[in-house]
Write a protein that binds this ligand. Structure first.
Ligand SMILES: Cc1ncc(COP(=O)(O)O)c(C=O)c1O
Length: 398
C-alpha cells in the first residue's frame, strides 16, 4: 500500500523501548513464588508485602490489592456507601471503568465536561452538576496528570462530598509535592498490562481511613473479617483477590517506578519544548501544581488546518508509518457510548439518555487528541528527536 507521506525511508526503524519491562528481579520473584507452594494471598505474604510497600511509596496508611482497577473502583464506591439513588460526578473523557463502577453499585454517573487545556475534569463543570443527590466526585488523573485538586477539594468540602481519585494511570504522580492517592478520601490504581507498572491485570485501593480500608479488605475477600473464622461472612463481597505471582511481579515493578517517572519527565519536557515550535501541534498544558506527571500518555492536540487539512486519523497513520506509535484515544465521550444509552445500547437500563448531553471539550478532545504511549518516553534524546522529526516530515510532505 502507498505510504501517506510518500518518502520511502521512515524516520524511525529502530523500535522504541519494549513494554512491559522486566529483568532478573521478576524472573527470580516468580520462580521463588512458584517454589514456595504459596500461590494465593491467603497462604503467602507477597500481596500484603506489596500492599504495604505501594501504600508507603504513596504515603498512604493502607493499601488493599484488588484483581483489577475496575473492581477497585467498584469496591471503593461500596466502601464509601454509594448506592442506588446517589449521584457520582465523573468526567466523560475517561476509560469506561470510571463510570461503569458507579452504575455497577446502582448509583447514577453524572458526566461532566473536561478542561480544554488539561483534558482533566473541569471544576467549573463539577460545581454546575451538583444536586441534592450528589455523593461523590471521581477526578481522573488523565494520562497521569493530577487534576486541579485544590479546586476540587474546595468544592467537595463545601458540598460535603467524597473524593475517589481515579489514579489508574498515575503511579507516582505528585500534586504540590504530595503523591496522589490520599489527596481525596480514597483512590485506585490499575496494574493492567498497558500501565506504568503492571502484572498483567490488577489494581489497588489506597486510603488513610482505617474504617474504609477494613471495609475494602472485607469486600475483596468474600465479606470476611481479619482474625475471624474463615466461614464467617459479614458483608456481601466476592473474591477479588490478587495472586502471590502478581504481587511478586509488582514488588519488582515498584522498584523502577520512580526512575521511570524521572526519565519520562525529562524526555517529556524536551518533547514539549520542541513540539511547541511546530505550528498546529499543541501539547496539553501542565497545571502549575503538578510536581510529577507519570506520563502514562503524552498527549498533544492536532490542528489539521496547519497540516493541509489532513484529518487527525490520517496524520496518526502517517506517524505510525514513520515508526512512531500513536493513537487517537477515546473515540467518543462516554455519554455517547451505546452502554450508556438505552435506545442504542444492549446492556443499559438507564432512564437517562446520555447522548443528548453535549460536552464540547470532550467532543473536541476525541477529534483532535494524539496519544503517545508512555514507553516512547523511556528512551533517550534521540527517541524524542525522532518523534519531532517525523511530525515535521509529515507536515512538509503530506
Ligand atoms: C482512567 C482509568 N480508570 C480505570 C481503569 C480500569 O483499570 P483496569 O483496566 O485495571 O480494570 C483504567 C484502565 O484502563 C483507566 O484508564
Amino acid at each position: 500500500m502507498k505510504k501517506l507521506v510518500g518518502l520511502k525511508r521512515p524516520v524511525r526503524t529502530k523500535p522504541f523501548p519494549v513494554w512491559p519491562v522486566y529483568d532478573k528481579l521478576e524472573q527470580k520473584a516468580l520462580e521463588n513464588t512458584l517454589k514456595s507452594n504459596k500461590w494465593g494471598c491467603i497462604d503467602g505474604n507477597k500481596v500484603s508485602e506489596f500492599e504495604k510497600k505501594f501504600a508507603n511509596f504513596h504515603n498512604a496508611k493502607f493499601g488493599i490489592c484488588v484483581n483489577s482497577g475496575t473492581k477497585a473502583l467498584e469496591i471503593a464506591l461500596k466502601a464509601l456507601g454509594i448506592k442506588s439513588g446517589d449521584e457520582v460526578i465523573v468526567p466523560a473523557y475517561t476509560f469506561i471503568a470510571t463510570a461503569y463502577a458507579v452504575a455497577e453499585v446502582g448509583a447514577t454517573p453524572v458526566f461532566v465536561d473536561i478542561d480544554n487545556n488539561s483534558y482533566n475534569i473541569s471544576p467549573i463543570e463539577i460545581e454546575k452538576a451538583i444536586t441534592k443527590k450528589t455523593k461523590a466526585i471521581i477526578p481522573v488523573y488523565f494520562g497521569g496528570m493530577p487534576a486541579d485538586m485544590d479546586s476540587i477539594l474546595k468544592i467537595a468540602k463545601k458540598h460535603n462530598l467524597f473524593i475517589l481519585e481515579d489514579a489508574a494511570q498515575a503511579h507516582g504522580s505528585e500534586y504540590k509535592g504530595k503523591k496522589v492517592g490520599t489527596i481525596g478520601d480514597i483512590s485506585i490504581f490499575s496494574f493492567q498490562s498497558s500501565k506504568n507498572m503492571t502484572c498483567g491485570e490488577g489494581g489497588i485501593i489506597l486510603t488513610n481511613n482505617e474504617t474504609l480500608a477494613k471495609k475494602c479488605k472485607s469486600l475483596v475477600n468474600c465479606g470476611r473479617k481479619e482474625g475471624e473464622p474463615w466461614y464467617m461472612h459479614y458483608t456481601l463481597g466476592g473474591n477479588s483477590r490478587l495472586t502471590e505471582f502478581q504481587a511478586a511481579i509488582l514488588l519488582a515493578q515498584l522498584t523502577r517506578v520512580k526512575k521511570h517517572n524521572e526519565i519520562r519527565e525529562k524526555n517529556a519536557k524536551l518533547l514539549t519544548e520542541k513540539l511547541k515550535q511546530i505550528k498546529g501541534i499543541e501539547p496539553l498544558e501542565r497545571d502549575k501544581n503538578v510536581t510529577t506527571n507519570s506520563y502514562h500518555l503524552y498527549i498533544f492536540k492536532y490542528k489539521s488546518k496547519y497540516f493541509n487539512g489532513i484529518p487527525r486519523d490520517k496524520f496518526i497513520k502517517a506517524l505510525n508509518e514513520e515508526g512512531i506509535p500513536a493513537s487517537g484515544g477515546y473515540i467518543m465521550p462516554l455519554t455517547r457510548q451505546p452502554a450508556f444509552n438505552s435506545k442504542i445500547g444492549e446492556t443499559a437500563d438507564f432512564s437517562l439518555r446520555y447522548s443528548q448531553i453535549h460536552l464540547p471539550a470532550c467532543e473536541q478532545a476525541c477529534k483532535e487528541a494524539v496519544w503517545l504511549p508512555h514507553y516512547v518516553l523511556l528512551g533517550d534524546k534521540k527517541d524524542v528527536e525522532d518523534i519531532v522529526e517525523a511530525i515535521k516530515k509529515i507536515q512538509k510532505h503530506i
